[in-house]
Design a binder for this molecule. Structure first.
Ligand SMILES: [Zn+2]
Length: 88
């Protein structure tokens, strides 16, 4: 996702330039140049992306905290199974 640095329009398209490089041309204001504003996505503004990152971080923390408990349960199950097989 790219935007025009002059009018912030998304109506900007890469145009073939000379000497191996290429430049952009804005349909709206007629800007032509190599400089454009780049976005990762047109749907996620900065704040939304930060929220997503925060959410993801929280989920990772939660997973980290939950993991030892999960292992404890698995080990207990294993021990229970062994006891069941040995002493039945
Ligand atoms: Zn423009």
């Amino acid at each position: 996702m790219i935007r025009c640095p002059q009018c912030n329009s998304t109506e900007i398209y890469p145009a073939v330039g000379g000497y191996g490089g290429y430049y952009y041309r804005c349909k709206k204001c007629g800007y032509a140049g190599a400089l454009v504003i780049e976005y990762d996505s047109d749907e996620a503004p900065q704040e939304k992306r930060e929220l997503q990152q925060e959410y993801r971080k929280e989920m990772q923390e939660y997973e980290k905290r939950r993991r030892p408990l999960l292992w404890a349960v698995l080990v207990l199950l294993l021990i229970a199974t062994v006891f069941f097989l040995v002493y039945r």
